[in-house]
Design a protein around this ligand. Structure first.
Ligand SMILES: *Cc1c(COP(=O)(O)O)cnc(C)c1O
Length: 415
């Protein structure tokens, strides 16, 4: 691998060629084979035993096309290796279910993606205790640690209320205590932030969102940054304590999480995500600039009670966000002074699509409490700071002036 650090886009658009693509094609081909055959049975044995590097045997454990995408994600995160999955949730499930065992304890941010929160319910039923704390304060994380704590989990910018954890503080605490720090980088993406810079050992990205960018493929990824010493982790199975401890974590995640649980990314989807990822840095830069202008516009609007966007000076974690993220991303949310005007206001918008989802090229808008946080219930919503009138916007690539004019028109009747 080329160790030289270039920009994400420079590396990404030339990444496939490093694999010696057939016929001079400039994309890695879509390899549809489920089985991979060999002239010599010794090579088949070698792939099974891991002594033949980069070999394939069965598509549930990876294909040349998913491997090319894994290499791109590794490069973007400046990590050591990546395993891709059929969705972001499959990636998260693999991390929690293969690395934690009954009797273990996980400290998580209270402000996490709704389905991740639901997954924590499953973990609890399996005997893995989860403490949900306000990770904007490292003291809250420290106070929650127990002798059986194995992992600390945060999202970079929480969806939908945009809380930002004390990334430095938690990273330092985890290093000091020898704990695995896992960061869900979906909302920022490696174009805005690399969790490795704060000592995260594993990074999870939903590829369905901004990395693909087109809303036409589902995928997820787990990247090992090389920051965590796996020899100190008690839950690695004896089989995976192979020669190089640097590989232990991802080996277990690939074998147990991908091969055994089976949520494999298909080559077709990997190709779609790979092509989308080429424009990641450009899209995130533009959407972030538009989102900041929109946040400023909304903050100054008389019908709006509150705006949540990390790059607003009024945001409680503005300093942390500014220090770590090169821009604020495409996620913002806001509340109207009159919550009863929420539905009518959203219906008056003509550009954003009324839909769930994040990080698309098209703007998306959704009332949070009656949809994505409905199942969570009123108590969880209150803990996460989700008011009944909260509106979430995923800012797309439409022209900034068109979007602001659309919101101005929609809000005119709400004041
Ligand atoms: C969407 C999302 C996920 C789940 O990803 P899918 O690809 O939809 O399964 C996980 N974490 C965050 C922060 C997300 O926004």
């Amino acid at each position: 691998m080329n160790e030289e650090i270039r920009s994400i886009t420079t590396d990404n658009v030339h990444s496939d060629r490093r694999f010696g693509v057939e016929h001079g094609g400039i994309h890695k081909p879509i390899h549809t084979s489920v089985q991979y055959g060999f002239d010599r049975v010794e090579d088949l044995i070698g792939v099974f035993q891991g002594t033949v590097k980069g070999g394939f045997n069965y598509a549930r454990q990876g294909t040349p096309t998913t491997a090319a995408l894994e290499s791109k994600i590794t490069q973007m995160e400046q990590g050591r290796g990546t395993v891709c999955f059929a969705s972001g949730m499959a990636a998260l499930s693999a991390v929690f279910l293969t690395l934690l065992r009954a009797g273990d304890h996980l400290v998580s941010s209270r402000f996490v993606f709704g389905n991740t929160n639901s997954l924590f319910g499953t973990l609890s039923d399996l005997g893995i205790a989860v403490s949900k704390v306000d990770t904007c304060s490292v003291a809250a994380v420290e106070a929650a640690l127990q002798p059986n704590t194995r992992m600390v989990f945060v999202e970079t910018i929480a969806n939908p209320r945009t809380q930002v954890p004390d990334l430095d503080g938690i990273g330092a605490l985890c290093r000091e205590r020898g704990l695995l720090f896992v960061v869900d980088n979906t909302i920022t993406s490696p174009a805005l932030f690399r969790p490795r810079s704060v000592g995260a050992g594993l990074v999870v990205n939903s590829l369905s969102k901004t990395i693909a960018g087109h809303g036409a493929a589902l995928g997820g990824a787990v990247t090992d940054t090389g920051e965590f010493d796996w020899t100190t982790f008690p839950n690695i199975f004896p089989n995976y304590r192979s020669a190089d401890p640097a590989q232990w974590g991802l080996m277990q995640i690939r074998k147990k999480g991908l091969r055994d649980m089976g949520a494999a990314l298909s080559s077709e989807q990997a190709h779609q995500i790979s092509v989308g990822s080429e424009t990641l840095a450009l899209r995130v830069k533009q959407a972030s600039a538009t989102a900041l202008s929109m946040a400023r516009f909304l903050e100054s609007h008389p019908a709006v009670a509150a705006v949540y966007y990390p790059m607003l000076e009024s945001h409680p974690q503005f300093e942390i966000a500014k220090r770590h993220f090169s821009a604020g991303s495409w996620l913002l949310s806001f509340e109207l002074k009159d919550p009863t005007a929420m539905i009518a206001t959203i219906n008056r918008l003509t550009i954003p699509i009324k839909a769930t989802g994040l990080g698309d090229t098209r703007s998306l808008v959704i009332p949070v409490a009656p949809t994505i946080y409905w199942e969570a219930g009123a108590q969880v919503r209150a803990e996460m700071g989700i008011a009944d009138g909260l509106i979430r916007v995923s800012v797309g690539l439409e022209d900034e002036h068109d979007l602001i004019a659309d919101f101005e028109h929609a809000l005119a009747a709400a004041g």
